[in-house]
Design a protein around this ligand. Structure first.
Ligand SMILES: NC(=O)c1ccc[n+]([C@@H]2O[C@H](COP(=O)([O-])OP(=O)(O)OC[C@H]3O[C@@H](n4cnc5c(N)ncnc54)[C@H](OP(=O)(O)O)[C@@H]3O)[C@@H](O)[C@H]2O)c1
Length: 336
């Protein structure tokens, strides 16, 4: 320490004690960052590479009856992948989506897994008041009558690429109907049934699919309406966990950029739906909030968890800007 103090830049007019304090401070900060990095590294290795996932059928289904999973937005993208991977794990699937023609293809694919598949074609954007919800609940009740539902995946969402001053009133209403209200209404419908399962000795799970655009530290580019409507679900999900987390596994799954019809561009660190969903299902029952893949945990850590991460964050935002513009153009073509 003495030598370091003596070699401290002589042009700076610090007293000996001040130099000593600065060096001790720098050493403490370095040690803290080193310990934090090692801790995060070891936790990441455990979470992604070593810890075995639960056998979901054993965790959520009874030996005596068939178990079902309800997946919204199941015709395409991440929702379709949830339906396929849960189907492969032995769950029958109730798939809900508004896209009838894609749903037919998905239903055929799922049936080939040797499971039972039911579908509801419904546009959640039309759920705007109690009356329109009751019409949907009637359909849901008919479809689930007598079924043992062990897992709900609240996945359907609509992306809004318009800024607040340009978005139509209809699209603004749809953002809250599809991204906020629908997952709340579905959770409200299934929670009492899941608590009844718990009283019969069975666990259930709800996966609420959020987005990194709903996180405060994450840049939203021009997608604030989408991010804000999904932030509702993040808060709701953690609130649900506070109340029922000991009886139902309630997970907030937070996809970062994942290549699907919703996000057809190539951002840095883009994952496939298969890798994302596989990671989520292997963490179900262990994690309450997760980005899924190891790559996305590393990306998050480099941008927002690490000392000086803002440099990497700015670089990634700069690299991604062109892709965000492509995404907006793709949506403008889709909407016209
Ligand atoms: N992909 C990503 O990079 C990314 C990143 C962060 C979060 N997420 C989240 O991940 C989830 C799945 O996204 P994704 O990329 O798989 O989206 P996607 O490719 O657009 O698939 C979503 C599915 O949900 C359906 N859907 C949309 N609006 C609906 C409505 N009003 N009623 C019923 N069904 C509806 C879609 O049908 P149509 O085809 O008819 O629209 C589609 O089949 C969403 O919650 C999204 O917010 C995705």
């Amino acid at each position: 320490m003495e030598t370091l103090c003596n070699n401290f830049p002589s042009k700076l007019t610090f007293g000996h004690d001040a130099k000593r304090t600065l060096l001790v401070g720098a050493f403490a900060l370095g040690t803290y960052q080193g310990v934090k990095l090692t801790g995060n590294f070891l936790a990441g290795v455990w979470k992604h590479l070593l810890r075995p996932g639960y056998d979901l059928k054993k965790r959520y289904a009874s030996d005596s009856s068939e178990c079902w999973a309800v997946v919204t937005g199941a015709a395409m993208g991440i929702g379709k992948e949830y339906a396929k991977q849960l189907g492969r794990r032995g769950f029958n699937i109730l798939a809900i989506d508004k896209d009838e023609s894609e749903m037919e293809k998905t239903q055929a694919e799922l049936s080939r897994l040797g499971i039972k598949v039911k579908t509801i074609i419904w546009d959640f954007g039309k759920i705007s008041n109690a009356e329109s919800y009751e019409a949907f609940e009637k359909e849901l009740k008919n479809a689930t009558n007598g079924l043992d539902i062990g897992i709900l995946v609240n996945n359907a969402a609509e992306f809004q690429q318009e800024s607040l001053d340009m978005i139509s009133v209809d699209r603004l209403f749809r953002a809250s109907s599809v991204n906020s209200l629908t997952p709340a209404l579905l959770a409200r419908y299934f929670i009492p049934k899941m608590l009844a399962r718990y009283n019969n000795g069975l666990k259930s799970a709800i996966i609420n699919v959020g987005t990194n655009a709903a996180e405060i530290q994450n840049p939203r580019y021009k997608f604030a309406v989408y991010g804000a409507s999904k932030a509702y679900l993040h808060i709701l999900s953690s609130g649900m966990r506070e109340v029922w987390g000991d009886k139902i596994d309630i997970m907030t799954a937070i996809p970062r950029q994942t290549k699907t019809p919703m996000c057809p561009v190539d951002y840095c660190f883009t994952a496939t739906p298969r890798a994302h969903v596989n990671a989520i299902l292997s963490q179900l029952g262990h994690e309450s909030e997760t980005y899924g893949t190891m790559t996305h945990d590393i990306e998050y850590y480099m941008r927002f968890g690490m000392f000086g991460g803002f440099v990497i964050d700015n670089m990634i935002q700069w690299l991604n800007e062109g892709e965000s513009k492509k995404l907006i153009s793709a949506y403008e073509r889709r909407m016209s």
